[in-house]
Write a protein that binds this ligand. Sequence first.
Ligand code: GDP
Ligand code: IMO
Ligand code: MG
Length: 425
Amino acid sequence: MPVTSVVGLQWGDEAKGKIVDILTDHHDIVVRYQGGNNAGHTVVFGGVKYKLSLLPTGILRPGKVGVIAAGVVINPKGLLDEMDRLRSQGIPIAENLLISDRAHVIFPYHMAEEAVMEQARKGEAIGTTMRGIGTCYRDKIGRSHAIRMGDLYHSASYRKKVSEITATKNTILKALSPEFQPLDANAIADDYAKLAEQLAPHVVDTTRYLHQSLAAGKSVLFEGAQGSLLDIDHGSFPYVTSSNSSACGIHSGSGVPERRIEKMIGVAKAYTTRVGGGPFPTELDNEIGQHIRDVGHEYGTVTGRPRRCGWLDAVATRYGATVSGVDTLAVMLLDVLSQLDEVKICEAYELNGERSMHFPSHVEDLAQVQPVYRTLPGWKKDITQIRKVTDLPKEARAYLDAVAELVGTPVSIVSVGPDREQTMM
Ligand code: GDP
Ligand code: IMO
Ligand code: MG
């Protein structure tokens, strides 16, 4: 039985959710291992749109188990709301959802601290989703102010922790922002105790569960959130998210050694998008960028922000593919480029007069690079009804060949529309 991973190779929103949904058919268990409700994955089938944020996409399929593993940060209220929303769309969520007792919990002070920190950065704001993701991960690494899912069920020590942490957070927040209204520790402890009670049937040691399942021959699909270029260690720091959103996060986030994975699928858009701040070498701040945004409906699932759009950056995507160690590529949203006369791929960067295929480690160098483009003819045909790669216009096939060559990875999946059916494997 296969153990597979699906990971984004760019700055997120590569349509990972769609690929995970399709591959769930061939797996028993789908695992989210990092990030939180900063992620937004849209999946379409049977004419219905499903939006997932914290829940593994596999939860949409009957008979499959969804696991939220140790490396995820959880907003319990956000999670319960998402469960209710999906239930109202007819998706059953019961014992098929397992939540790690090791996962860290997002509290109201995390959102408050993030708001103060982002405001202080002014023009250099990271442009976060304001979900308290970074501040929760910071407390996890710092340890003293951290609360995990399992802590919520150890009543006496839990209340003491909330009380002490909230007092410290109130002091810090008041010092940073004089108009800040102190948070009430007792109210927070009561609220979270109620939320914890509702989640209790799902909370287990997921690391043990995953190892037992693998030993019993079950197949597992790892679902990455965000993308490799948003990885805290390997992405375009500091304009990144606060977890290992490349494939590097699978082992630490799930407790399953990466060498168990048999197939790593990298997901990339046929172009590039970015939400939030930070350098973006191939950004198109012009009518072509707006055309891509309009045709691709490039507005954030979580925050509704317009996504920044640009040509495919093969230097950045190749770097993402290398760091994540992917075997094959899924090229998504190819249909969005169908009306363009010509299409471009960034095949190298020029920095200080030198041409390079390396993704710079320093953000100021990334901001300085000039993209060197390969220009290809457009196909100018509707491809949304095509179901075989060999039936694609020859210009579209040439584009895919150039993507495979420049990203250095063979293309095994091509997507030409949001629906499950609009996929060529
Ligand atoms: P994720 O975060 O990586 O799962 O991606 P998102 O769901 O945030 O963004 C991808 C968007 O593209 C979603 O709205 C999908 O429904 C849509 N989508 C997926 N594949 C295709 C495709 O091949 N063509 C088009 N036009 N839309 C697609
Ligand atoms: P999915 O899983 C695109 C971006 C934010 C911001 C940066 C840090 O749908 O691909 P954070 O709130 O995580 O501290 O914000 O990361 N970001 C995403 N961009 N898709 C996502 O998720 C993202 N999750 C976070 O816009 O630039
Ligand atoms: Mg998304």
